[in-house]
Design a protein around this ligand. Structure first.
Ligand code: BMA
Length: 919
């Protein structure tokens, strides 16, 4: 090795192995399909990103790029480099190591075929020593990526290929995604574009080893309580077991030992020792050690305690020689998805029979509050740490403690888990299967097994890892096809179990004892969990007893007329998905479409709504896309005054905003309903709404827009995910109206609730009522009961303001804390309410850096402070109500990026729903 790119890899070994980061070399990208294109290329990277950077294509996210750039996905592409300076005659063995190739490749070195690959999610490694030995001149490495769109079509058309009943495959833009092990949403999804990118999307290396050298290519670290079994709550008083297992290039000597040193983050040693029960195969070495629980501080999710982390230095030692060392940052915690049968004791507490379905952290039940995380970009190589830190800061600021990492994107890279470890965000993680049935031939299953083992082992050390699920919405599909199948020969069920029980469950249980597994995100859970069976989990499917409650729920209903009908919401133990789409803000649309397209039904905007894709590959989807637009329009018109501003851009902006208000209102109604269920027979212990963030600028279910801007939803979720809340529950058919205080603290909390009726001009209609309350740990309590039919006033001009002040303690703290929350009950449609000019006044206080807002004339509904285009930040609250008597409301602001101008303060505006009534 001569070149300056070739770094002796001293940090992990004392043996002189050489590591060449292929990202440091000069690459070119060309296309056998489009022979006139040759450009410099990046590694890691993807074809679209190289073509965009080099000016061959425009910004893929702009306008109708999603349709116009389909030709890129139909092409084959070749990445090529010369391995300058690579020493080929030293007796070192040489490996190519790829942490991710997207997806169908043929790899050539020195014009000799090395291998073909077909799985985006696997790590690939090839011993190329003999090829190099016969290579003359600079070794040329070339990787050809075949078109995933064409290749999957070919696979689908193979004679005897598996087919499925119509409608089982969620088909978005390109068909046949179930035949590839590639990000499923690369072929389009109902919130995203279909670019079908290709490229060396993860780091790649040349590793050269001396004859006795080893290189650690993947590290499994599993930390669990002694005796712990997957999916079952462990004994919290048992000591910890630290199990380490290293996947290696090179051969480990049979005399090798393993050592571990556990250091706190200030580098003080907590404990160290030699691992026991060491077993080594040619390419893996494993061992474990028992650690006294008193030595280490627990890791907790955000809001529930501290995020204590430690470094684990694991070495492979032979005699006096350290052969290799891996350091992983991890933490001590147990996280279990408890699906055990409801116990006698729980029945006696009023919990409905059936099974549990909730998470326990370090032996404690808690309420999981969060949302669903989709790929943050259609092109992973441009997802930066800064972007994820900003996004996850919004998660924590939004009072969320869990994200479901949805199943049809990509396994998250380690840096995302690292950030989640630091911030305390639990990541319910999924294998990449969704909304389809998949082939089960042995080649496909072997491929999946490799993918699953690699990823389970890679991410297991992250304390933020909360669960593995087989995929998205699969059990519902399975139940659907099961209806049509012969009970004596349930082909689809057998196939489902082959993949999700026989292959994926062992990938989890065989590698880790600390993580629970479910075959499908939404599930009725298991009928039996028996570790003496070859596959310990027997699924319940629809084997339910009336009156019993078993699993988690999802809820989508695009008939907005029933959006606030509480009896339309599912009753389950946990809500893992629910939602409705809304438009992004004007500021976000301005990034993605031309000024002339800034109106609600412009074809560019409509065609970026993929809620009802026709499965076409051109822009003829317009009619279907319009359906998705219509749903948002109808909902806005049903519940709110709708805008009719003369200025068309202002009108467009107000319409976008109104669709966001409906979305937020609907989610709030569901979140309060699910949270109240913590004290109802369903003992409901989680709400994860669909979806946290956007992959691009489009009408979607997201609460955070592509560049990080918060929609109304993220503010409302932040409000309603506070630990102690009050909310009203109205049966608008019977008129029954109640209010409950719900708390997810771990100790009882007491306080007072004040309820007062106001007219929309701000006058108090009757003396306020103050009710003392005590709400139990993870529980709810009723503080008001009435009926709107017996009200002395007309709801058109009456508004019930509810607020609470309570004292309690946050989990794992001792200091009492005061919690406040307010909530407004009003007529179902604010279109009918007697809204009037609130006379809003906005001020900025340079001293405090805060804004103040005051309603000087009437009640202000959905007060909205807005940051100008180009400014990334958020207010500490927004989308609230203000009464004329409230005085000045102080609102803090955090600016994450102002684009450097410093002028953003002047661009901040305030408005409310009243503005929709103005011409
Ligand atoms: C569920 C999710 C996603 C989808 C969303 C909105 O089906 O699991 O697949 O994007 O709803 O339709």
């Amino acid at each position: 090795m001569k070149s300056s790119h070739l770094l002796p890899f001293l940090s992990t070994t004392t043996i002189a192995l050489q590591l060449l980061d292929l990202g440091t070399l000069k690459w070119t990208l060309s296309s056998p399909t489009y022979t006139n294109i040759t450009v410099p290329a990046s590694v890691p990277g993807q074809v679209h990103l190289d073509l965009y950077r080099e000016g061959v294509i425009p910004d893929p996210y702009f306008g109708l790029g999603d349709f116009e750039l389909r030709w890129v996905g139909y092409g084959n592409w070749t990445y090529e480099t010369g391995l300058e300076g690579l020493e080929t005659s030293t007796g070192l063995s040489t490996w190519l190591l790829f942490n991710g190739l997207d997806t169908f490749t043929s790899i050539e070195l020195c014009d000799q075929h090395v291998a073909s690959t077909n799985n985006q999610f696997r790590q690939y490694y090839f011993d190329v020593s003999s090829i190099l030995a016969s290579c003359s001149g600079t070794p040329k490495l070339s990787i050809n990526f075949g078109s995933a769109v064409n290749i999957t079509a070919d696979i689908a058309n193979e004679p005897g290929q598996e087919t499925w009943p119509l409608d089982v495959e969620g088909h978005f833009e390109f068909a046949n995604r179930q035949f590839m092990r590639k990000e499923q949403s690369d072929f389009g999804w109902d919130w995203g574009p279909a670019f079908s990118p290709a490229g060396i999307w993860q780091p790649a290396y040349v590793v050269q080893l001396p004859s006795s050298g080893i290189y650690i290519r993947n590290t499994l670290l599993d930390i669990y309580r002694q005796g712990q079994l997957n999916n079952l709550p462990p004994d919290q008083s048992a000591p910890w077991v630290v199990n380490a297992s290293l996947d290696l290039l090179g051969t480990v000597p049979s005399t090798a030992e393993m050592k571990v040193e556990i250091l706190d983050l200030s580098n003080a040693t907590v404990t160290s020792g030699t691992l026991q029960n060491v077993s080594a195969s040619e390419s893996t070495i494993s061992g474990s050690i028992v650690v006294d629980g008193a030595l280490c501080q627990l890791w907790w999710p955000s809001g529930l305690g501290a995020q204590n982390l430690y470094n684990f230095k694991i070495s492979v030692v032979d005699g006096n020689t350290t052969l290799a060392t891996a350091t992983k940052r991890s933490g001590f915690r147990t996280i279990v998805l408890n699906m055990t049968p409801i116990s006698e004791e729980q029945l006696a507490q009023g919990i409905a029979p059936g099974n549990n379905w909730h998470f326990e952290i370090n032996g404690q039940e808690f309420y999981a509050k969060g949302s669903n995380f989709i790929p943050p970009d259609a092109f992973w190589p441009r997802v930066t740490e800064t972007k994820i830190k900003q996004l996850f800061q919004s998660v924590v600021d939004g009072n969320q403690n869990m994200l479901r990492v949805w199943a049809s994107g990509a396994y998250s890279p380690d840096f995302i888990y690292d950030i989640a470890d630091e911030m305390g965000i639990l990541l319910w993680s999924e294998f990449e299967f969704g909304d389809a049935l998949y082939p089960v031939n042995s080649e496909f299953l072997d491929n999946v097994r490799e993918e699953a083992n690699y990823n389970v082992r890679r991410v297991n050390h992250h304390p933020s890892l909360a669960l593995w699920a087989g995929g998205n919405e699969l059990e519902n599909l399975e139940l659907l096809v099961a209806e049509d199948e012969d009970p004596g020969n349930p082909k689809w069920r057998n196939e489902y179990e082959q993949l999700f029980l026989d292959v994926l469950l062992p990938a989890v249980y065989g590698n880790t004892k600390s993580i629970s597994y479910i075959p499908s995100s939404t599930t009725n859970g298991y009928l039996e969990l028996n570790f003496s069976l070859p596959i310990p989990m027997v699924q319940r499917y629809d084997n339910k007893t009336a009156g019993s409650i078993y699993g988690d729920t999802d809820h989508y209903d695009y008939d907005s007329s029933v959006a606030f009908n509480l009896s339309s919401y599912p009753v389950g133990r946990f809500a893992n998905e629910f939602g409705y789409h809304s438009m992004p803000s004007l500021q976000t649309w301005q990034q993605a479409v031309s000024p002339e397209d800034l109106h609600f039904n412009s074809s560019t905007i409509v065609l970026r709504n993929h809620h009802y894709p026709a499965g076409g590959t051109n822009t003829s989807n317009f009619r279907n896309a319009s359906l998705g637009m219509g749903e948002m329009t109808t909902a806005a018109e049903t519940y709110y005054p709708t805008p009719h501003h003369a200025n068309s851009v202002a009108n467009f902006s107000a319409w976008c905003h109104t669709t966001q208000i409906f979305q937020a209102d609907f989610y709030r109604s569901q979140i309060t309903y699910y949270r109240r269920g913590s004290g109802f027979p369903e003992r409901q212990l989680g709400s994860l709404y669909w979806q946290l963030e956007d992959i691009w600028q489009a009408p979607t279910w997201a609460g955070i827009e592509y560049d990080g801007r918060w929609k109304v939803l993220h503010y409302v979720a932040k409000d309603i995910y506070q630990p102690v809340i009050i909310a009203s529950y109205w049966n608008y058919t019977s008129g029954d109206l109640t209010a409950y205080v719900t708390s997810d603290l771990w100790t009882p909390t007491s306080g007072t609730a004040t309820l007062a009726w106001y007219a929309y001009n701000g006058t108090l209609l009757a003396p306020a009522e103050t009710v003392p309350f005590v709400v139990g740990a993870l529980n709810t309590t009723k503080v008001f009961q009435g009926n709107t039919n017996s009200l002395a006033y007309d709801l058109k001009d009456a508004l019930l303001k509810m607020n609470i002040t309570a004292t309690g303690t946050l989990p794992n703290t001792k200091e009492p804390k005061v919690f406040t929350h307010e909530y407004y009950f009003h007529t179902l449609s604010l279109r009918n309410a007697n809204l009037q000019d609130p006379g809003l006044v906005l001020d900025y206080d340079e001293q405090t850096g805060n804004f103040t807002v005051e309603a000087t004339k009437g009640v202000a509904a959905w007060v909205w402070l807005d940051l100008p285009a180009g400014t990334l930040g958020n207010f500490n609250e927004n989308a609230f109500w203000l009464l004329p008597g409230d005085g000045k409301r102080e609102v803090g602001v955090t600016v994450k990026d102002d684009g450097g101008s410093g002028e953003w303060v002047k661009g901040v505006t305030v408005g409310s729903l009243w503005d929709n009534t103005l011409g």
